[in-house]
Design a protein around this ligand. Structure first.
Ligand SMILES: [Zn+2]
Length: 323
């Protein structure tokens, strides 16, 4: 059977691979194919995904919330001013001295100069229960909306953060910034989703999309590449195929930052050893896991930095505008 690429419509010479579910370690198998033309790695047939998003799926993010301590909430206000405007001495001190700031204020929002301020209307699509938005509230952002298909019902926080159980098609324009942090690869209709995101933007809005990218780690590890994450990740784009998709949605990519880390190596090396991501031998669940040495981890981080610099990391952040 010939599989047709959903991005570029090529049907010729597409290689099929069988990959296993290894986050939970069910080891259920799923067929994917790699488009011989644009390089997108995609699932051959989308199965019933419900069993692969169990109730605790959204709670894996175990970061301590800023709200848990008064001093953090207080410090975050100054840090936010420094990170967004570059001008706040106390904020600079907080950012320099407190490593938790980095964990809560996404690098993608501060390392590229988007024209946003604390009043910008921000939509985080695929927000889960809204931990990132709650953090952004404490950094000073005032208009924060989230959406996620997998939450039980709408959530309205006392902070003013609103999370809806909705698709992109159910929102009204406009937002100044729409963000999808590792949710786009889970969406079954990428072109339609991007068009919907565009509908919610005005001419000066940004859409920030962080996704896995099929590049060096895919070449090296194949079906053991940790970012394949079958069957949850439906599409693993290349930079070129994502550009084509954006173009088809009448969007332009203004900037790309590669932001991959050591995870592409240690995660994939776990799968090579038949160890699931949530196994107790995995660094993901156990920071004292001795499966890999500290030297290996440092080496992999260094290699990830080099790959990012060459545009070959396995994750990237795309900054899109309306064309
Ligand atoms: Zn293709």
């Amino acid at each position: 059977m010939a599989f047709v690429c959903i991005i570029c419509e090529n049907a010729g010479n597409n290689r099929v691979f069988t990959a296993r579910e290894m986050m939970f370690g069910t080891r259920d198998t799923f067929d994917y194919f790699e488009c011989s033309h644009c390089g997108t790695v995609q699932i051959c047939q989308i199965p019933n995904l419900a069993p692969y998003y169990p109730d605790d799926y959204l709670s894996f993010d175990s970061k301590v919330e800023i709200a848990e301590s008064f001093s953090r909430r207080f410090a975050a206000k100054f840090a936010g001013r420094y990170l967004l405007k570059g001008k706040d001495l106390i904020g600079k001190l907080v950012v320099d001295k407190k490593p938790w700031v980095k964990d809560h204020f996404p690098a993608s929002m501060r390392e590229y100069p988007m024209e946003i301020d604390f009043n910008s209307r921000i939509l985080d699509f695929g927000s889960g229960t809204g931990k990132l938005l709650q953090s952004l509230h404490y950094f000073g952002f005032k208009d924060l909306t989230g959406a996620d298909a997998f939450i039980e019902r709408d959530i309205f926080y006392p902070t003013g953060v609103k999370i809806y159980k909705r698709g992109l098609g159910e929102f009204e324009p406009a937002f100044d910034l729409i963000m999808l942090h590792h949710s786009f690869e889970h969406l079954p209709n990428p072109l339609e989703s991007l068009r919907q995101a565009r509908r919610l933007m005005h001419k000066d809005s940004y859409c920030l999309i962080r996704i896995p990218v099929a590049s060096y780690a895919w070449q090296k590890y194949g079906v053991n590449w940790v970012q394949m994450d079958p069957p949850r990740h439906l599409f693993l784009y290349t930079e070129n195929s994502f550009r084509l998709l954006a173009q088809n949605a009448d969007m332009t990519i203004e900037h790309v930052t590669y932001d991959s880390g050591a995870f592409q190596f240690w995660g994939s090396e776990l799968y090579v050893r038949d160890i699931p991501l949530l196994d107790e031998r995995s660094y993901w669940t156990n920071h004292k896991a001795a499966t890999f040495s500290p030297e290996q981890m440092t080496g992999w981080q260094k290699q990830a930095d080099e790959l990012n610099a060459q545009g070959k990391g396995d994750m990237a952040c795309f900054y899109l505008r309306r064309a």
